[in-house]
Design a protein around this ligand. Structure first.
Ligand SMILES: NC(=O)c1ccc[n+]([C@@H]2O[C@H](COP(=O)([O-])OP(=O)(O)OC[C@H]3O[C@@H](n4cnc5c(N)ncnc54)[C@H](OP(=O)(O)O)[C@@H]3O)[C@@H](O)[C@H]2O)c1
Length: 342
């Protein structure tokens, strides 16, 4: 099979298109012929050696993909009844996290580091560690779901609890945030979006965003968002910025509201007014992607509402490196995808 490997060191220059022997499914495993992979910011950090500098190489990057079951190992059908050759599936992000709390061992089984990932023609997974792809989605669309969409769903609907009429704030217009916009709308919320680009804010409004604030031209965007939400603040914040944006998110959220800490796009350390959190009973929750159970619950909602992921651009397999560069440049809106195969 052909695969992209990070070998000999970190950095995009160390991504190489290589030939590897076709893997074979062992007992309880399935072989998936991948048709598309999508790129998360995490995958870029992984390639750059900034996510886990101790990651063993070579590594096939990327956690997210979609394809068809090409073969079943012995006993695979008993583990995942109904799974057939030809079934359209997506591997789950943390292969060992089927449900419950994110225990240490379970979340160490993530694709695209430490385990080999989806930027390859074939992948072997445990039979219970893949989920059916929604029928109305193409492989390119389904490949966007396992990390970014499940993270947004977990923040809004599992760890968090958005109710119809709530106001949700999504920071930026990358993969997680555009899913947060779409899924919050699906759950009946009104959504405020921030972005560095007025054009992207216009696109967010076309998708159904209620309001948009440019965080470059309005540095005190937290206060602006609070005013937009009637003076009290928003019910939920999808916080992908981290250290630099958290103080503004605290300005934007209402007393008793929730901030889901998801990403560190704008730095890790934060100077936070702890008193403001406790005096206003704000719930600050960390969110780590989600389990297979979360993924399946989200898929039911996606199928019911025929939600289509926003794919910014699809790159051919041979141009995977350019796909990473495109994401790193931050010009995308939604998800960046790589098509696998011809
Ligand atoms: N906790 C988890 O389980 C989990 C899961 C998935 C992702 N993450 C993390 O979540 C973050 C987003 O991931 P992603 O894959 O969605 O990334 P992405 O698609 O690359 O999104 C990048 C976008 O974020 C926005 N952004 C960048 N800096 C910002 C800032 N200072 N303030 C507000 N928005 C900013 C920009 O939007 P505009 O261009 O509109 O300005 C940029 O285009 C990353 O830190 C990632 O590691 C965590």
């Amino acid at each position: 099979m052909r695969a992209w490997e990070l070998r000999g060191g970190f950095g995009l220059d160390h991504l190489e298109l290589v030939e590897r022997p076709d893997p074979e499914p062992g007992p309880g495993e399935v072989l998936v012929r991948l048709e598309a992979a999508s790129i998360n910011y995490r995958d870029y950090l992984m390639v750059e050696g900034r996510y886990n500098p101790k990651q063993a190489l070579p590594l096939i990057p990327c956690s997210d993909g979609a394809g068809q079951v090409a073969a079943l190992g012995p006993g695979a059908e008993r583990l995942a009844p109904g799974l057939r050759v030809g079934a359209r599936v997506m591997p789950i992000f943390a292969q060992g996290w089927l449900g419950g709390e994110p225990r240490r061992e379970a979340v160490r089984t993530t694709l695209g580091g430490p385990l080999d990932g989806t930027l390859a023609e074939l992948l072997v997974a445990r039979a219970e560690s893949v989920v059916p792809a929604p029928e109305h989605l193409s492989a390119e669309e389904a490949a966007t779901l396992p990390c970014a969409a499940v993270t947004a769903w977990n923040a809004l609907a599992e760890t968090g609890s958005v109710r119809p009429g709530d106001v949700v704030l999504a920071l930026g217009t990358g993969g997680v945030s555009v899913f947060a916009l779409q899924l919050a709308l699906l759950l009946g919320a009104r959504v405020v979006v921030t972005s560095s680009s007025d054009d992207k804010l216009a696109r967010a409004r076309e998708l159904g965003a209620w309001e948009g604030v440019n965080y470059r031209s309005v540095p005190e965007w937290g206060r602006r968002v609070r005013e937009l939400a009637g003076g009290e603040g928003v019910d939920q914040v999808i916080e992908v910025g981290g250290g630099e944006t958290l103080p503004q998110s605290l300005q934007a959220v209402r007393a008793g509201g929730t901030i889901s800490l998801i990403g560190v796009l704008a730095g890790r350390p934060a100077e936070v007014d702890v008193a403001s959190i406790l005096m206003r009973s704000i719930r600050v929750q960390g969110v780590l992607v989600g389990s297979k159970q979360h993924f399946e619950a989200m898929n039911r909602a996606i199928v019911q509402h025929r939600l289509s992921p926003v794919v910014d651009r699809v790159f051919p397999f041979a141009e995977a490196r350019q796909a990473f560069e495109h994401l790193a440049a931050g010009r995308h809106f939604g998800k960046v995808v790589v098509r696998i195969g011809e």
